[in-house]
Design a protein around this ligand. Sequence first.
Ligand code: ADP
Length: 376
Amino acid sequence: MMEEKLKILYLEDNPDDAELVERMLRKENGKLELHRVDSREEFIAAIRSTAFDVILSDHSLPQFNSNEALRLCNLAHLKVPFILVTGTVSEEFAVKCLKQGADDYVLKSNLTRLPTAIANALRQRKLASDRLHAEVALRHQNEELSKINQELDSLVYSVSHNLRAPLSSVLGLLNLANLEEHPRHPEFDAYLKMIEKSVLKLDDTLKEILDYSRNARLEIARDCINLKELCDDCMEKLAFLEGNKEIEIRSSFSGMEIPLYSDAYRLSMILTNMLSNAIKYRDKSKEQQYIHINAKITSCSLTIDFEDNGIGIQPALTGKIFNMFFRGTELSEGAGLGLYIVKQTVDKLNGRILVSSNPGKGTTFTVHLPNNQSGR
Ligand code: ADP
């Protein structure tokens, strides 16, 4: 492969110095094209007309100097290495030039260093430009990814949302079929019951997916909350959940006089999931089945314990119950999404959720959330 010629622009008014520099460079690198200028006008014309690989500049010319030249290069956004080739300079002056964007400086008394200085400056510029390209590519990739993420999220949301309408008409039709009084095969009713159960399960999963999606999309709200009323609302929503009548739900609240600020929608999602799990995973062999809700409000936090005496969770599984699609027991009829969504929601609210469980004895979930009184 033929090596390309190195195109050098050289600002120098002294022909003898210029010749010396050219000789030195040709000795080290024969393939170069050196274009010498010695005035401001020539310098501007050169950088406008030609793409140089390197610019060399003497410091001071009769009506022009290297600072000016560097400033013009910066104004033109030239990404070309700029090296001062000059007589004696003070350390202060050298630092000033480097600060202004010069890549290096070489003393005329030490010209043997010039080829290495050029090679180093070219390498550094190449590294910087590669890094810049990589950063731009990464930024584009990130923008692309977050766009895809948003699109995926709205697809999940609208699909789940749209699927719920036909499901509720199936439920309506099932109700009508149940009202039919014509004599029918004894198994027919059992089939209808099974269809209804499956449709309700599917609807629950869609509701969970919608909750997930809402938590991911919606800004955090700051509502003034009456915790007791919110708990009552959640219990009411669960009134028709199987087993709800068998379990005693007891609640105690402290610090109710302290204003509580949080996201009502998200908090109610957490409460509903905690309560419905305690009902679903109650221990039917126990005579007294209960869930105790213990809530404590302070000016900076809300802590709620959900203590049940249900079937409990095996110690080996407690680390996994917040994973997506994880179901820890064959009794589960859900999609394994509830606690995953609860954890995502608690995280979004800058809170924490802990669990301790004893198989056969019961489970306690503790949710800590900030009380956002200050609005931050
Ligand atoms: P799902 O209820 O759909 O299985 P969840 O994410 O709500 O999914 O719960 C994950 C698993 O955690 C459940 O399958 C169950 O094994 C366990 N679990 C959750 N809550 C309780 C609880 N209160 N008591 C016992 N086990 C529980």
